[in-house]
Design a protein around this ligand. Sequence first.
Ligand code: NAG
Ligand code: NAG
Ligand code: NAG
Ligand code: NAG
Ligand code: NAG
Length: 483
Amino acid sequence: MESENCEKYLAYSKIIVIVLSIIIAGLYFLSFSSFLLLFRPEFDTTLSPEHKAFVYEKMIEAFRSTDKKACDNQYCKRPETQHVDCGRVLRGDKEYLQTLTGSSRIPLIADPYLNMTCSAIISRIKPEHLNFRELKLNGTAFARIVYKDYEFIEKQVQASYHPQNAFCFVVDKKSPVEFYEKMKKLQECLGNVIVLPATESYDSNGHNNNLGHYRCMEALLSRPDWSYLILLQNYDVITKSVYEMDRIFELLGGANDVATSTETPGRRKKHLKWDPKSLKLFRDESGIEESILNSDVKISSGFVQGSLSRAAIEWMVNTVDLTVFINQWNQTKYGGDEQFINSLQINSNFGMPGHFTDECIHQKLPVVEITRMTRWAVHGPSSCATKTVRNEICIFGIEDFRAVAKMPTLMFNKMIPSFDYSIVECTAELLYNRTFLGQVDTVLNEVFYENLVSAQYHKHHKEPGYVLNCTSDVSPWKYEDYL
Ligand SMILES: *[C@@H]1O[C@H](CO)[C@@H](O)[C@H](O)[C@H]1NC(C)=O
Ligand SMILES: *[C@@H]1O[C@H](CO)[C@@H](O)[C@H](O)[C@H]1NC(C)=O
Ligand SMILES: *[C@@H]1O[C@H](CO)[C@@H](O)[C@H](O)[C@H]1NC(C)=O
Ligand SMILES: *[C@@H]1O[C@H](CO)[C@@H](O)[C@H](O)[C@H]1NC(C)=O
Ligand SMILES: *[C@@H]1O[C@H](CO)[C@@H](O)[C@H](O)[C@H]1NC(C)=O
């Protein structure tokens, strides 16, 4: 009996050893990034035949009832979303909300016959009857890395369009040629759109992203006037109107808004040198103390997205030379793009205009940042109103519309048009109503922006005896409160 058990036991151990060996060998042969991919599969937005039929039915209804004149005095929705009553969702009608989710969720169906003549593009983005007021800060600039979904991108230009604003795009070299051609067409038709040649590829591990944004910074400086630049990625959706952004940046008063958190371990390539001298950071080292030139740059991790003053961008392009810095971060396997503006922002002795400091990192006090709203799916899909996650981040849907309208952040990351287009369309309608119909659905909380720790620091840090208080009077917002 006993020896039989023992034999069984040996047989089991052999099997276990073999299975383990196969797993370990498998992991060894997979590269680290494809290993990650096993756990982060491509986001699948394939529609079931029933779901597709539902959307097409809605489109047919819309085509049959289209009244062209209706678009003259109000926001005009595309056929997929014409039945969506954004106002009702905004008023918090939960029962109605249920008719726009699940198998009734509306994705964008790309239009293969999209009219790409200049007059058609212009009439979609800035129809003749719309009037714009002058901006106080002479305009906002946007730098966006794009690779997909032209109609969604065009919608984002429309939603933030103002004759004084400027839009720069870098297009991923891997993108289909039709996408690039459409983007070029956008540049051809609108004087304030710049589309740079597609010279490199960008990936979700962060490669070349800083370089892409940097090339837009250079290109945008050739345009006079704009006062702040927002760095964006493909699926970011701006949630403030052009006038609100203008006012918010006026309240920041020259301070940059950049996420600055403790350095994420393992991001920095250890064998590389990270002092300003080795990085050849300052174009002119003569005015810079040796101690600064020879000590390591303080590193902070955060988001790629951020808002930078024009003076900061001029400094990044003309005062320092970021070539080596950008190149060294690009050697990081994952997330090298998330230390770029973030680190420049906390090295106060470098003197970037609108900078912050690393004091709050030392005090372990998080500082509120307003450019990007992200909902981390810390408890999996249940953390998200849509119950949908990609790369550990909630994908926003129509369930989030009230949060979009009420939260103080400038932008939501991310909305994916092939997953839910109602939220994209309703956000555009909301901004249209604020911009052209003068509707005030949410009063801008000016005190909140003025009292941001970074804005207060910027305003007062040169005063003698100034002590930074990393805690703001205004309590940080909670996403759950707005759903
Ligand atoms: C936008 O304004 C129109 C016209 O007043 C209204 O019907 C619609 O509900 C508004 N949409 C939002 C999102 O506020
Ligand atoms: C494209 O739009 C323009 C301007 O609105 C119009 O004149 C032209 O006929 C349209 N082309 C097609 C193929 O619909
Ligand atoms: C806006 O432009 C005008 C005219 O060029 C200039 O006088 C003014 O200082 C600018 N305002 C800001 C905030 O840059
Ligand atoms: C950035 O890194 C990627 C991935 O290693 C590489 O393919 C690319 O050439 C690098 N970019 C530059 C400008 O060196
Ligand atoms: C910082 O500001 C907060 C909010 O006003 C206040 O409660 C706190 O006492 C201040 N801390 C210091 C050290 O002054």
